[in-house]
Design a binder for this molecule. Structure first.
Ligand code: ZN
Length: 456
């Protein structure tokens, strides 16, 4: 394309130059200037027809462009919905993990309770053995049938009932047995409660498993829709590319014609000067003949053309408020859920230093670069900050954005502008809900209070 245009421009310039050569050699200046004007009119008409064709192509392209725009917005919607489902699925995953831990803990408690029950039953057996020994010793002389009943009792409770009935046991023995019986009762009740809790947790886990499958299915459907929209967009973009190529070529032609016209304009100007010079010379000759002298000449310089403007892709910006110090609030959709400084740990309750600002926001909300800079690192993980990104602002300051979704729109080493979307709010890593953990650091890695730099 470029080579073709270059050739075309070259051939136009050469033909214009040749034309001047012949015209200068052949005709008087006046007819030469008239021919130049004709030539210029011819270029004007070529420019006009190229511009008409460009307008026609633009009109023809418009409906395709509209389709492309619609597809693009559909794609954006679908992708965003797919992320929301991904977020819900992540949440369910976290709940399942937590339930699995609960079930394990409940199982351990049940085993412990069962062991306690066994110990207490053993203690009762031992106590009963002591009773029997004592009964043998103390009541050897009692009625034989009485003793028979006692010693032939099959189980503990009938034995205890017999003993109760007989009121032969000592108070302290009775207290031991009562206490054991009450403990056994409590332990049995505890075991029933633990088993019920465990069952409930298992039912919930099963339900969440089903929900997870449903979400996976729904996400797969969205991903399919995304693929088909992408395929359609690719088709339309190909058509648009065809139009753009034609329009670009025509624009290049117009530019070349205009270049040729400029050359002709210069030639017209030069011819006019020549004519004036010749007229002046003729007048001078006439004046000389009349013993008078006159001379004059002037020159003018050509105009310079302006250079084409440099265009670059503008990154996506979202609104965020800029503080007096020039930093931007990094999560427009968020509010502060936890401040920088000492606080009680959400999990352990212990006092702990919190090195950043927690900004709670809906899943997949935009996270913006607080200042322009270079992406220092993009990190993926399930612990600590989770998925997080760091920006080097080049003035000794760094910012960190934690617990993000894994869908970072920028990569390490990339330059980012203030307000550019660099990440999306998630709950990855050590996090209990959707939020961005935002840190400001100095060159030595000291964590500074972000509220000295940004404000909502
Ligand atoms: Zn935090």
């Amino acid at each position: 394309m470029k080579t073709a245009n270059f050739k075309r421009i070259t051939s136009i310039v050469v033909s214009v130059a040749l034309f001047f050569t012949y015209a200068c050699a052949l005709g008087p200046i006046r007819s030469y200037a008239a021919t130049l004007e004709q030539q210029k009119a011819a270029y004007n008409s070529k420019i006009q027809s190229a511009e008409n064709e460009i307008a026609r192509l633009r009109k023809e392209k418009a409906p395709q462009q509209a389709i492309a725009n619609t597809l693009q917005s559909q794609l954006a919607d679908l992708t965003s919905q797919s992320y929301v489902i991904q977020c819900q699925r992540d949440q369910v995953d976290k709940q399942v993990t937590s339930l699995t831990a609960d079930i394990k803990s409940l199982s351990n408690q049940i085993t412990k309770t069962e062991n306690n029950l066994k110990d207490m039953n053993d203690s009762i057996d031992a106590t009963v053995d002591v009773f029997c020994q004592r009964l043998r010793t103390n009541y050897m002389n009692g009625p034989t049938s009485y003793l028979d009943v006692l010693l032939n009792s099959k189980d503990i409770s009938s034995m205890l009932n017999q003993l109760e009935l007989m009121k032969r046991v000592t108070d302290s023995d009775q207290k031991i047995v009562d206490k054991l019986n009450s403990d056994i009762d409590k332990a049995e009740k505890l075991k029933v409660k633990l088993s019920r809790d465990k069952n409930e947790a298992e039912v919930k886990k099963t339900e969440l498993g089903a929900k997870k499958i449903e979400l996976d299915k729904s996400k797969a459907e969205y991903d399919k829709l995304i693929l088909s929209a992408e395929a359609k967009a690719a088709e339309v973009n190909k058509i648009l590319y065809g139009y753009n190529a034609k329009i670009e070529a025509l624009n290049d032609s117009v530019e070349a014609y205009r270049g040729a016209e400029a050359k002709i304009d210069q030639a017209i100007k030069a011819a006019e000067l020549q004519r004036q010079r010749e007229a002046a010379a003729a007048a001078a000759a006439a004046a000389a003949a009349a013993k008078k002298q006159n001379s004059g000449s002037s020159s003018s310089s050509g105009s310079s053309s302006s250079s084409g403007s440099t265009s670059y892709v503008t990154p996506t910006y979202s609104s965020g408020s800029i503080s007096s110090s020039g930093w931007m609030w990094p999560v427009p959709a968020g509010y502060i859920s936890s401040y920088y400084g000492y606080r009680s740990d959400p999990a352990t309750g212990a006092s702990k230093f919190h090195g950043g600002l927690d900004i709670a926001a809906p899943c997949n909300s935009n996270i913006l670069a607080a200042k322009s800079g270079t992406v220092a690192s993009v990190n993926y993980g399930n612990t600590g900050y989770g998925n997080y990104i760091m920006i080097n602002h080049g003035d000794g300051s760094y910012t960190l954005y934690g617990h993000c979704l894994a869908n970072f729109p920028v990569s390490s080493g990339q330059h980012v502008s203030q307000g550019q979307v660099i990440a999306h709010v998630g709950t990855s890593g050590y996090s209990t809900g959707y939020h961005c953990h935002f840190e400001v650091r100095d060159g030595s890695g000291n964590r500074l209070n972000p509220l000295n730099y940004v404000h909502k």
